[in-house]
Design a protein around this ligand. Structure first.
Ligand code: CTP
Length: 398
């Protein structure tokens, strides 16, 4: 996502500096080059050696280092990257940035740079709430500085509230946004997820064991690439994807209504395990056992096929419609036929026979079936399936 981009990472002196080690690793995984700079205080929390080893390059610390100046002057250093990132941005660093001080290498670089600056503040909650910090924040934003976080939560100092530095992956996303590198920015993607519940009476229902984990993981992977996600979910146990517009429904009919209301979308992914049938004439009050011991009889009607309905829309059909097919026999043949029958563009097929260990396991092995044929993906962790699917969608939509 960030290949060919370089980041000048200024590490401030706060306990969150330890997260910068992971941030550097994540940035490198995304293809970015990282040039690290540590303030004097930062070196109390992480060493230049560990930072430099992870970045695979020199870590700069001192304004008056003659060797550094001979190799690369600080003015050149301040302009060598595509983006300057300050993480953690402490109250002190924010104050010095606002005041335009150039009292050490970090603040001199921030004054001399001609590139955009992104800060990830981290400090005690009272320091964050302090009028001076809030004043500095407003001024920095007015000066065009970008901000990610801070998040709310338990803090290293034992207090709770806003002040925790954004997580490394959130910072990577903010960097990608700042560099205009998120391939799905501006795209709206609709996802169905989880089981549906089909009521029998006010207390009983028909359901299935879907946890909704795959749908949530796909939503997260797409949002990481910049997509705006509408997530229509049945009563699933998996955590809802943070940042998505979440629509909670119970039944298949409600799911179809919610999906239709969420259109238009650039792509739609149908990961829900929708109940195939609903109970006809569900009782308005709880069905009681009768004294003669006669058993209740349930009658069923077929539920709407949401994937098929959306695939066959004349108006407002998303340009990419993706379904799933969990099969136990003749996986490719069945899934290929399902793709044609339902009219979607891709089907992700997998073999859920017990001997594969896929159902309820951590890994998955899928075959992507499209008009071009079947593409076997290697067996991999389920989270990686989502990442690969998101990358493939980004390739197709852009
Ligand atoms: N699906 C849907 N609405 C339904 C049933 C299924 O949107 N009422 C979607 C699922 O979300 C999935 C795909 O259709 O993406 C395939 O689901 P599956 O249960 O495998 O298909 P069925 O049509 O129920 O076929 P089968 O006869 O294999 O059960």
């Amino acid at each position: 996502m960030l290949s060919g981009k370089s980041v000048l990472l200024i590490i401030g002196g706060g306990i969150a500096a330890y997260k910068c080690l992971d941030l550097i690793r994540r940035l490198k995984e995304s293809g970015a080059q990282v040039t690290p700079v540590l303030t004097r205080a930062a070196q109390e929390f992480v060493t230049p050696l560990s930072v430099s080893a992870l970045a695979g390059t020199k870590a700069y610390t001192d304004l008056f280092d003659l060797t550094d100046e001979a190799e690369m002057g600080h003015i050149q250093l301040s302009r060598s990257a595509d983006l300057v990132v300050v993480a953690p941005a402490t109250a002190d660093l924010m104050g010095r940035m606002t005041g335009g001080l150039a009292s050490d290498l970090a603040t001199t670089l921030l004054m001399a740079t001609d590139k955009r600056v992104l800060i990830a503040p981290a400090m005690n909650v009272r320091m964050w709430d302090h009028p001076a910090t809030q004043r500095n924040l407003a001024q920095l934003q007015a000066d065009g500085v970008l901000v990610v976080g801070p998040n709310e939560g338990d803090m290293a100092c034992g207090e709770f509230g806003p002040g925790r530095m954004a997580e490394p992956l959130e910072i990577v996303d903010a960097i990608a946004d700042a560099l205009g590198k998120r391939p799905l920015s501006g795209k709206h993607i609709l996802i169905t997820s989880g089981p549906t519940h089909e009521p029998i009476d006010p207390v009983r229902y028909i359901a299935n064991r879907s946890s909704g984990a795959q749908g949530s993981a796909i939503a997260q992977a797409l949002m990481r690439l910049g997509a705006e996600v509408t997530f229509v979910t049945g009563p699933a146990s998996a955590a809802r994807p943070v940042g998505a517009t979440v629509v909670e429904i119970q039944t298949a009919s409600q799911m179809l209504d919610a999906v239709t209301a969420a259109l238009p979308a650039d792509a739609a992914i149908f990961a829900a395990a929708v109940a195939d049938w609903q109970v006809i004439g569900q009782s308005a009050s709880k069905i009681k056992k009768d004294s003669k011991g006669s058993l209740p009889r349930l009658e069923f009607a077929e539920n709407p096929d949401i994937l098929s309905t959306i695939s066959k829309l004349k108006k407002n059909r998303p340009s990419l419609v993706v379904g799933f097919a969990a099969e136990t026999d003749d996986v490719i043949e069945n899934a290929t036929a399902k793709r044609k029958r339902k009219g979607c563009d891709w089907i992700l097929a997998n073999d859920v026979s017990p001997e594969t260990g896929i159902m309820g396991g951590v890994e998955n092995q899928v075959t992507l079936i499209s008009a071009d044929g079947a593409e076997d993906w290697p067996r991999m962790p389920k989270a990686d399936v989502s990442t690969r699917l998101a990358a493939k969608i980004a390739e197709t939509l852009t």
